[in-house]
Design a protein around this ligand. Structure first.
Ligand code: ATP
Ligand code: MG
Length: 573
């Protein structure tokens, strides 16, 4: 149950709506019990009066009015309760989703990178949805049910104490035992149901996303069967759940029926020491009506297993501390954006293999350094560390003479533009995809930048409104890269990190892009990662990295003259 605490805390903000919902729910239950109780008494009293002399004096107006009042009150109360409590829960869920997202974002790319997209999606959608059970199916029915039992007991006690206390005791026992019993019985199935729901989502998304590849490799059927398998399991859980709900309700009805018999037997000699009269019907009908307030409670705990599993899955994320934490306040610096790696060592958290060992590298402000090396040598890692995707294990990194741990996140992001090795295209319009780099840019500026990077083709037809990403216009690898370059041009930060910006482009375009860099990145500090040893004579320095260690450093001419590794590489490429 402790798993639910973070969610119960969120209730504070919406206490008014939630309490009003419970109040209305209480009024509804009171009206429906009142309706049945009063009508039971009214009908028998009217019948008895009809047979006796009392028919002249029997007041049927007042009870009649109350019956009508209760009937209308019940309908109006139910409607009001639904509107108010659903409104409050939806607001609560909105807050919860935002809260979850704000906790999730800083965990990327560190720990969360080993969760699958579909699994995250499931947590964000289904598991958060399950949290509305906490209020609608758990807290509210329990509070309202307990209060209503106390009310009903007091009412019957008013007529006859023994009857009132007996009924109260039976109802209380049911309220206490039923949920515990059915929670225990339904727990395993509830946990499985939540997991299988996630599994179904994951397998379906896997199949959808990889459909073309799976077809080409003849593996489509296997993946489709995995979906059917997951679906089958989920259906089995749901069917068990349905049977189980049915059983809980049936047993409750049975208990209620026997309680009615017991109460009738106890009341048969007359209520409150009087001779037998229509009040017997009142007691019997009140007992019968009490099932109304027990029903929701029977269901409540059956879903608790599911809700708790979902809460645990959400807590995995919400209670994690991000590996990388940024300070709030910005730091003062000299405005000379130099970069310095001091004896940096690093390995990824999920593997022991050392990726960088004792890297010493100093890049003065406005210098351009090329980093070259074989695939897997740690080049991309070097610039990811600069962006604080991860923090170094040993050593330190400084920008403008200040350790990057002291930079606030927005300040660091403003200082660095990146064209990463894999450019991600968002599901959105071309405009959205560019504006992320410079939100205040107007269409004209965006069009100009696209022109510059040679993407004017995209400006035809729907122009900036062209939808990219899923279900939209697909971009080739080279085009994506240019979008990445366009973003960097728009972002225009004093430090520029380029991770193989021309990979996958033809010679002519590569030349154009290199010229672009020449023009636009003149007084910037540039780190240029490349496989291709083209135009490196224009760089201020070249840094050759092998297996996470800098093996050669110097300018193009010097390195060639050394006739070392760089020289050999140049010969072979
Ligand atoms: P390429 O030229 O192919 O882009 P690279 O020099 O950029 O290679 P990195 O991406 O820095 O190489 O990777 C260096 C090493 O770290 C590789 O052995 C890679 O397998 C490993 N690595 C990269 N990313 C991760 C990660 N998220 N978790 C664990 N290991 C990783
Ligand atoms: Mg790389």
């Amino acid at each position: 149950m402790r798993d639910l605490l973070p969610y119960l805390k969120l209730y504070k903000k919406h206490w008014f709506g939630l309490s009003l919902g419970m109040l209305l729910s209480f009024a509804t239950v009171a009206a429906s019990i009142g309706l049945l109780t009063l009508s039971g008494w009214f009908l028998s009293a009217a019948a008895v009066a009809g047979l006796t002399i009392a028919r002249e004096t029997f007041n049927y107006m007042l009870p009649g009015a109350f019956v009508r009042g209760f009937a209308m009150g019940r309908t109006a109360g139910r409607w009001g309760e639904r509107v108010v409590s659903h409104n409050a829960t939806f607001k609560l869920l909105t807050d919860l989703r935002v809260f979850f997202f704000s906790k999730l974002a800083p965990l990327i790319p560190g720990r969360v990178s080993n969760l699958r997209d579909a699994d995250l999606l499931n947590r964000l959608v289904a598991d958060i949805d399950a949290m509305d059970h906490v209020y609608l199916r758990l807290v509210s029915p329990m509070v309202v049910g307990t209060l209503a039992i106390l009310g009903l007991t007091a009412l019957i006690c008013w007529f006859d104490q023994t009857l009132g206390l007996t009924l109260g005791a039976i109802l209380m026992t049911l309220v206490i035992t039923w949920p515990v019993l059915f929670y225990k019985l339904g727990k395993r199935n509830g946990t499985e149901l939540t997991q299988n729901k996630a599994e179904l989502r994951i397998t379906t998304l896997d199949w959808l996303q990889g459909y073309s590849e799976l077809t080409l490799f003849g593996a489509e059927e296997r993946y489709r069967n995995a979906i059917l398998d997951a679906q089958h399991k989920l259906l089995r859980n749901q069917s068990f759940n349905a049977h189980f709900s049915g059983l809980a309700q049936a047993l409750l009805m049975l208990a209620n029926g026997w309680t009615v018999v017991l109460m009738l037997w106890l009341a048969a000699d007359g209520v409150g020491g009087n001779t037998p009269d229509p009040r017997i019907a009142l007691v019997a009908f009140a007992t019968m009506a009490s099932v109304e307030l027990l029903m929701p409670i029977a269901g409540a705990f059956q879903h608790l297993g599911q809700t708790l599993t979902s809460a645990r899955r959400l807590n995995d994320i919400i209670l994690s501390e991000p590996d990388v934490q940024f300070p709030e306040e910005t730091i003062a610096h000299n405005g000379e954006y130099s970069i310095k790696y001091n004896a940096v060592s690093f390995h990824y958290p999920d593997s022991d293999a050392q990726v960088l060992t004792d890297v010493e590298l100093e890049i003065p402000a406005k210098h351009r350094v090329a980093i070259v090396g074989q695939t897997g040598s740690g080049k991309s890692t070097l610039i990811q560390l600069l962006n604080r995707y991860w923090d170094v294990n040993a050593g330190s990194i400084e920008i403008a003479g200040k350790p990057i741990q002291q930079w606030s996140e927005s300040q660091l992001r403003q200082a660095i533009s990146v064209v990463s090795q894999r450019v991600d295209i968002l599901n959105g319009s071309l405009r959205d995809n560019l504006l992320m780099a410079k939100p205040q840019a107007d269409d004209l500026e965006l069009a100009e930048v696209l022109e510059k990077v040679g993407l004017s083709k995209l400006l035809e037809d729907t122009a900036l409104d062209t939808w990219l990403g899923d279900g939209g216009r697909q971009l080739s690898g080279g085009e994506k890269r240019r979008v990445g370059i366009a973003r960097a041009l728009l972002h225009n930060a004093p430090i520029l990190l380029l991770d193989e910006p021309t990979e996958g482009l033809d010679k002519q375009t590569e030349q154009q892009i290199m010229q672009l860099f020449e023009q636009h990145f003149e007084d910037k500090t540039v780190v240029f990662i490349t496989h291709r040893l083209v135009d490196l004579d224009k760089m201020d320095a070249i840094c050759l990295i092998e297996q996470g260690q800098i093996v050669e450093y110097g300018n193009h001419q010097d390195l060639l003259a050394q006739q070392g590794r760089y020289y050999t590489l140049n010969q072979t490429l």
